[in-house]
Design a protein around this ligand. Sequence first.
Ligand code: ATR
Length: 280
Amino acid sequence: MILTGHARLAGVMGWPVAHSLSPRLHGYWLREYGIDGAYVPLAVKPERLASALRALPDLGFAGCNLTVPHKEAALAALDEVAPEARRLGAVNTVRVRADGSLLGWNTDVEGYAQSLAAALPGWSLDGKPAAVIGAGGAARAVIAALAGMGAAEIRLVNRTPGRAEDLARALGGPIRVHDWEHRSRALEGAGLLVNTTTLGMRGQPPLDLDLGPLPRTAPVSDIVYVPLETPLLAAARARGHPAVDGLGMLLHQAVPGFEAWFGRRPEVTPALRDFVLARP
Ligand code: ATR
């Protein structure tokens, strides 16, 4: 690691923050490119978020990432929020501008689109509907990415239907809400299935979903990455579907922030994946 008095500084604000993989991820790139800089975990309590953000320019930080539970609350604490982040209601990346003001935006949309493109070269929805399970924060980014890829129809299924309706209203576009009880029907003729819920994550029950109606050519994507192979992805692979794990989204969403703070667009490589997965 190169660290001089000129080092560029960034970090991730979360509460708790110890679980975050971002310091490991950005640390890998800093070493890989020999950059004089540091990316550190910043344990910031929810009630201290605004003052912690305000301190960034005073401390000479180039910016930061935001993770749970700060992504939504940050909107009110920043000088400017990019329109897409405002629409999503969440900011995950902040840059300190030359005049000390704070700009926030959301890189999860681009991160999800890039992770699909990297995992499925040459693939497209080709006019077929996409089925999305879940209507939380992650679903918003995934749905915005799918809309940006030209999805003609996005079928949205959530245990709490009101949240799916709210999401459809907030994002607009070709979203159709399907009911949770008959969720496998949303898979009929679909060109992609995405799980954005926490189901399948270590310590959570698996997503209970009959993949029968899903055409076998349709990729199945899970945004969960602990474990990398969720029960959903294992079932999908067993049926012959291309399977896309959730680590790609985490790695690709980090690219624009790193570029903004450290001045170099970093690459997502298999070696980076292996390094992040080999965390102690
Ligand atoms: P995030 O913002 O990280 O996506 P979230 O807002 O808590 O997290 O959303 C979690 C998603 O997982 C929601 O779609 C949630 O469904 P509800 O809106 O009905 O809560 C879904 N989820 C979590 N546990 C679930 C369970 N046991 N069964 C079905 N859906 C579940």
